[in-house]
Design a protein around this ligand. Sequence first.
Ligand code: NAD
Length: 376
Amino acid sequence: FERMSRLKSFEMPTIVKHGVGVIKHTGEEVKKLGVNKVLLVTDPGVKKAGLIDPVVASLKEAQIEVVIFDRVEPNPSIYIVADGTNVYLDENCDGLVAVGGGSSMDTAKAIGVEVVHGEPVLEYEAAEGKKPLSKRIPPLTTIPTTAGTGSEVTQWAVITDPNRQFKFNVGGPLIAAHLTIIDPELHVSMPPHITAATGIDALSHAIECYTCHYAQPMTDAVALLAIEYVAKYLRRAVANGKDIEARYAMSHAAMLAGLSYGSESAGAAHAMAQTLGGIIPVAHGQCVAALLGPVMEYNWMGEPEKYARIAQAMGVNIHGMSVEEAAKAAVKAVYQLVRDVEIPTLEEQGVPADMIPRLAQEAYNDPQTIGNPRDI
Ligand code: NAD
């Protein structure tokens, strides 16, 4: 009753356009947002893979000027954001297009925050004593090239403050993209290790948001389909990057799992992964992949029925199992998937064991633990 009585909301400010080959419509769609000169935010790897070429061509065809900012790094810092803001203002841009993974999309969102508020994004960290966002960012189009973070539709940006070795969140409907164009053909060039890590990131959003205290029917619905798609298609996308059906399903899994963030919180795996990514530059998806299984092993008894449902969505035949057996089967299925897609362990990534007490303390203070289904 307590859960049903809590005021919950679901907002979806982003128009979603998707389909194989739809990138050629970018220009006409961005034009509808009333934009004439965009800052295209991307990273060197995405640029090298040729992924911005069709975007630039389509924008130019629609008479939209393009200024390229290609200096985004993984776990993007406040300094990269500030550089991008300067370029945006110097060039008198009136819109943003992000082409890349979560790092490029989050950088573009944070540039948007600085441009409209005239202050560093750090002032708008989702934390006590910081300011709430008060203005909508300039028209932003997100074009994801990974199938993981869901940043194309989420109301969050995750930015690193190197001075505190800390990844902080900025959030709310004011920073969500106005438009996203999801074309799985842009995912074909992703190497297997990035496909694997980002795919498990999507799975972790869906599982953590589905089981968190703030879950609601709307987010449950999208989370379950996202889980099903990852379980069915991630191995195929890793094994054969050109498998367009698998890429199509994974691009939807990431977007749907991103929408499940409408439940307001992830959980302990994200709290720990984000803490770790602020200290050591391990890719976000790899951090999450290492932590999701152990967190589920700890959490299942907080939401056994929902864990049993996850097992079903993962393709486990739970017929004849008790709820507890099915819940544990979900944990096992996730461990197996992470093993199958060959994600390195944290030890192999150079995370030293003596860092664990610091990680534990800082993750405990992360607000994402509030929604965790079992007390920590
Ligand atoms: P990323 O954007 O950091 O990209 C990782 C690497 O993949 C880069 O080197 C990039 O060049 C390469 N790459 C991307 N697409 C490619 C392609 N199609 N072909 C070849 N190479 C490609 O990775 P990510 O996992 O998408 O984003 C991680 C960031 O997103 C982290 O900072 C994380 O904290 C954040 N995040 C944000 C949200 C949100 O809601 N805003 C949610 C989860 C995570």
